[in-house]
Design a protein around this ligand. Structure first.
Ligand SMILES: O=c1[nH]cnc2c1ncn2[C@@H]1O[C@H](COP(=O)(O)OP(=O)(O)O)[C@@H](O)[C@H]1O
Ligand SMILES: [Ca+2]
Length: 490
């Protein structure tokens, strides 16, 4: 049996509640076509309105808090090394620029030819050599962002040596590269020789930024006393003309001020040891070794265990003595050419190379060599630049876990013993840290963060809206129960 208002009364249903309830008191029973009672209609309308309100609330929460379209920013750094120059293009989302781990390398362009210090006799060429990679950068960075994209050039040990040797020559080289960079559409921010200390510092920042070591879990923001000093990784950078070692030592006191760095990053203090060994990059160290060995030859012929068996090379002595790494011993030599012949012997090579590291004196509690302070090593190290190239060449970079030292040693040993005729001829570095620093992307204090992600926020809003609707509906049903419900008629 169906309950319904009679067909003559539908107009009444649109009147106020009192009238409706009065009508409900006297329901008429018809045996004809079933009709919806008007309180049920009212309930439906109310339910519909609540649902509409909930949908509107959710839609508002979603649209109001929808992430804006990605606004990408770019930065360009040129690493003017002693052996060659590399151009790096980085990108990051503008709205997250103070977060950690958001900067990505999108392009690396290797400049053809020499490092810029190699153009000291023809400085214009130093600038011209960069043009190709600058064009490449213009293709990578969207045109409308060229003017706002900063470009920096940092020169390292090759230019440090040239500056020591001939300051005005080094300045002319820098002016030439500056001219090229200024003529690009980018926002030129400077070309300079960075100090060894800076190079070490930026390498350490890069490594730890990429490893996510500056990041603290979001929820720890609410419990600052629990924020631990999570370990950092040390950085080893083997260049061509200098080598950097940088790490956070256990001991608080760094005995030599020139080796001491203090950072405050994301609200945390770091005391870091760094040293840049000028002349102890891979290429300059080899020159040093040859110059040292030459002192003990009579006729300029050298049988060298550090070159493969069958390797032969003749070089002018004057080419060896071209920079401040090698003391002026040239005049005392009774010959003008060096005849180099390899005999590939790893163990003997090790012994001859050790001659360039003087460990006979140390004015500190502990030293590396040449009287340079070095605190006890601490933690793990990330090694890059030529450390990587050499390991990669020996096929030792594909392993997931670190390669044990004895395995690396035996790979080097076996490679060195191979005859010369058998042998055919990602980036980490200081540049990312340099850009992060110059663009103020690593703040001293931790930037305020939202406690919830966008997805969690929207989810929570939806949930709360639904709970609210349910509560309102229940309260309404409880306090304004239609009489038909009170009488159990529906
Ligand atoms: O792609 C590569 N494969 C192998 N060795 C490389 C490659 N790129 C650079 N190197 C070597 O790594 C070293 C990098 O030195 P760099 O030019 O950065 O000098 P610097 O940092 O002392 O100024 C050089 O010895 C160079 O020969
Ligand atoms: Ca380098």
């Amino acid at each position: 049996m169906h309950l319904s208002l009679s067909s003559s009364e539908p107009a009444e249903a649109e009147k106020g509640g009192e009238r409706t309830l009065a009508l409900m008191d006297e329901p008429k029973v018809t045996g004809t076509k079933p009709r919806t009672s008007w309180p049920r209609k009212a309930l439906l309308i109310l339910g519909f309105l609540f649902a509409l309100a909930a949908i509107a609330l959710v839609a508002m929460a979603v649209s109001q808090n929808k992430p804006l379209p990605k606004n990408i920013k770019y930065g360009i750094v040129l690493d003017a090394g002693s052996s060659h120059t590399n151009l790096y293009v980085y990108e990051w989302p503008a709205e997250k620029e103070n977060d950690t781990g958001v900067v990505h390398q999108v392009e690396v362009c290797k400049v053809e030819g020499l490092g810029i210090s190699g153009y000291s006799q023809d400085t214009e060429k130093a600038g011209l050599s960069l043009q190709h990679c600058m064009k490449r950068a213009q293709e990578v960075v969207p045109e409308q962002q060229h003017r706002e994209t900063p470009v920096y050039l940092g020169a390292t040990a090759g230019m440090r040596l040239l500056s020591l040797q001939n300051r005005s020559m080094a300045d002319r080289v820098l002016s030439a590269v500056e001219k090229t960079l200024r003529s690009s559409p980018f926002n030129f921010q400077g070309a300079r020789v960075i100090s060894g200390q800076e190079e070490g510092a930026y390498g350490w920042i890069t490594i730890n930024y990429l490893l996510g070591n500056f990041k603290q879990p979001g929820w720890l923001n609410f419990l600052p006393h629990l924020r631990s000093s999570r370990g950092t990784s040390g950085a080893l950078d083997l260049g061509g003309a200098s080598t950097q070692i940088t790490f956070a030592p256990d001991q608080e006191l760094i005995e030599s001020q020139e080796n001491s760095l203090h950072f405050r990053l994301y609200g945390k203090n770091y005391n870091v040891y760094t040293h840049s060994f000028l002349c102890y990059g891979k290429d300059q160290a080899l020159r040093l070794k040859l110059a040292t060995d030459l002192q003990s030859t009579q006729n300029g012929s050298l049988l060298d265990p550090c070159f493969h068996l069958g390797y032969l090379r003749i070089m002018n002595i004057s080419d060896l003595y071209t920079n401040p790494c090698i003391a002026n011993g040239e005049q005392q030599l009774p010959f003008t050419q060096l005849h180099l012949q390899g005999n590939g012997d790893y163990q003997r090579c090790r012994m001859t190379i050790q001659k360039i590291f003087n460990t006979s004196y140390c004015p500190y509690s502990s030293c590396a060599f040449n009287g340079i302070f070095l605190p006890p090593l601490q933690g793990e190290f990330g090694a890059f630049s030529a450390f990587y190239f050499v390991m990669n060449f020996l096929n030792l970079t594909t392993e997931k876990s670190p390669v044990p030292l004895d395995k690396a040693t035996s790979a080097v040993e076996s490679f060195c013993s191979r005859p010369w005729h058998e042998i055919g001829s990602s980036d980490a570095g200081w540049t990312l840290g340099y850009m992060l620093n110059l663009t103020n992307m690593i703040p001293a204090e931790k930037p305020p963060t939202r406690p919830l992600s966008h997805a969690s926020y929207v989810g929570l809003m939806v949930f709360c809206s639904l709970v609210l609707v349910a509560v309102l509906l229940l309260s309404w049903l409880t306090f304004h129960k239609p009489k038909c419900l009170q009488k159990g008629l529906i």
